[in-house]
Design a binder for this molecule. Sequence first.
Ligand SMILES: [Zn+2]
Ligand SMILES: [Zn+2]
Length: 554
Amino acid sequence: MKDAAELVFCPLGGVGEIGMNLALYGFGPAHARDWIIVDCGVTFPDDSLPGVDLVLPDTRFIEEQLERLKGIVITHAHEDHYGALLNLWPRLKVPVWMTPFGAGMLESKRVGEAGAPKVPVTIYRAGERFTVGPFDIEAVAVTHSIPEPVSLAIRTALGLVVHTGDWKLDPDPEIGPLTDEARFRALGDEGVLAMLCDSTNALREGDSPSEKAVGQGLREVIRAAKGRVAITTFSSNVGRIRAIAEAAAECGRQVVVIGRSMQRVINVATELGYLDGIPPFLSEEEYGYLPRQNVVLLCTGSQGEPRAALAKLARDEMRNVALAAGDTVVFSSRVIPGNETAILDIKNRLIDREIKVIEDTDALIHVSGHPRRSELRRMYEWVRPQILVPVHGEAAHLAAQAELARQSGIPRPVQVRNGDMLRLAPGAPEIVDQVPFGRVFKDGAVIGSEEAVGVRDRRRLSFAGHVAVNVVLDDRHQLSGDPDLVAIGLPRADASGEALEELMLDAAIGAVESIPRVRRKDLDLVSESVRRAVRAAANEAWGKKPIVTVFVTQ
Ligand SMILES: [Zn+2]
Ligand SMILES: [Zn+2]
């Protein structure tokens, strides 16, 4: 029984959180499983991670058995699904499968990042089947909010698993095929052991509106506008970009694109034909020649990113492009939690300048790319899995989908979290192991744990600053002059106006002098006494304890 093959699923990211998706599928006996990774995504840091550029899943577990890792399959080119690839690939070094758009996005990112690895990518398309180790994989077309999203039907000797990736049932997408109902139904007929399913909108009733309807909404907004119209959206949503371009053309306006990430996506999409038949985009140098009523600005920065185009427009600090009173700014996007303040700041700046702001609560100008409850129910009816594992969600979304699956008659809804190893077959589904998981940080050119990159100290520094003290003792263990003391990030004076550096310096001198001379031979003892005294003095005067570094020399 110990050597019997098992099929397991083990997420290292993306379950219990939205972002940083990385799923492992394993096949074989417990001591010798072959693995594939599905998706390799990132999360973006918040204010609690000062200086950190990206948050990546910790892949320690799979790095320790690399000879058994057979490949990485990417479902689509959203950052939460492929954003960690360039950073983690050097540790994993296995072949990668992507669609043409994903491969194009990866290559364009690689070119822009000095030292990024050349990842060996095998191209696949929806409808195709390929083999990775013991896994026979079929890509099934779905609709989402980026070109070429797919679900994966993963066949093994122990059963067929459907990994949905991100999807919705859009009856009228701007680009690409519909979700392939016939294939999903056929998979259901074949018999599906388990479905790992997108939970993002499992709390929302009904169906999501289509991208075409959003295009219509944008058209009405543009038509009603008097001056210039600036529209910001997620740059990877090529269908939305296309809809904006078509709407602009119908309203007699030309589209000027600003923002590097938007330009990058447009280049990749143009090469693959996704923008065929629409008038060419103009660059910001041409903006000045266009009458106000004949322009649509398509720009990055929908999440309030301070260095993106929209923030610069709001601060009126672009050389070639500006907005004025009477113009309109449209947020064809949603607010990703954590970005509320930054976005509000931009809106306030625009409103102060009498620029009209339109957001997704004012008109149908944005829609999510994830399935609501009616769409989930329809997918359950097509696929009819034995086991349903909710993924791609926080606890509330996962629980809501598990309950919906139960109500819909799916025999075994199972909830897991990152690091749980779930055996899907043989036998009843069961969590058979816990594996190491977590987050690592990309911090400049270094990737490492919170400890390794020093984030914890950086947080403390930002809260209470740093004090360096240099104490020099002569050969009789007496202070040879006053210590040097430098404080960074501390207030200059306490509430009564006493200079903080003076107070701390007095404390340092007092600490040395209070140690009997014979005991000052122990320089570590001196150093620790001074450190404590300086911290205590700062705390008494200020109410906070800075980081204190003391050097004692003789
Ligand atoms: Zn996505
Ligand atoms: Zn996603």
